[in-house]
Design a protein around this ligand. Structure first.
Ligand SMILES: Cc1cc2nc3c(=O)[nH]c(=O)nc-3n(C[C@H](O)[C@H](O)[C@H](O)COP(=O)(O)O)c2cc1C
Length: 164
């Protein structure tokens, strides 16, 4: 029997990001953020990006309501942050209060790191057991890149980037 889909895809190296959005409640704005590696660029003109979230994800429900989100690309020094935002929503809620700053274009939280993108929800596409969220890029930023955080074979690793 051939190896299953998941075992093969574990060999595929991805970057790691933190996606952020918020819920507006009578008591104020409640931020949330999750670790994702399904982030990808879909189009340059117009600029569109995508990420895939499980249909049942509470974070997905928040994006569909706010219609705005931000994605921060993580560096090799961010492994602890990646682990923190891969936890359940209660644990994330405690950590998110000290995370970054709200982006001007989206209102969602941004982290200092190699780069960030702020988006408005363009469309959602139901794909198997996930929902693909397509974002229209509203704003972008670049920061220090001392080597990206990567994910392969179910583990975080950091990649040394040789400086010219
Ligand atoms: C490296 C890594 C990448 C992940 N990528 C995704 C992803 O692309 N989509 C997703 O739905 N969850 C992903 N997760 C799981 C989320 O971080 C989080 O645990 C989950 O969305 C929480 O579900 P909730 O929104 O219902 O609380 C990833 C976790 C890790 C550690």
């Amino acid at each position: 029997m051939p190896p299953d889909h998941r075992r093969v895809m574990r060999q595929f190296v991805t970057g790691v990001c933190v996606a952020a959005t918020y819920t507006d409640e009578p008591t104020g704005r409640r931020h949330d953020a999750v670790t994702v590696n399904s982030f990808t660029s879909l189009s340059l003109d117009p600029p569109l990006v995508a990420l895939s979230l499980r249909h049942e994800s509470r974070f997905l429900a928040a994006i569909l309501a706010s219609r705005h989100f931000a994605v921060s690309i993580l560096s090799g020094q961010h492994e602890e942050i990646a682990r923190t935002f891969a936890q359940d929503q209660d644990a994330r809620a405690r950590a998110v209060t000290s995370m970054g700053r709200p982006g001007r274009a989206s209102g969602a939280l941004l982290l200092d790191g190699p780069g960030w993108i702020e988006c408005r929800l363009d469309r959602r596409i139901s794909v198997g057991d996930h929902t693909m969220i397509v974002g229209e890029v509203l704003a972008t930023g670049l920061g220090d890149n001392d080597g990206p955080l990567i994910f392969v074979e179910g583990e975080f690793r950091s990649l040394e980037v040789a400086k010219p």
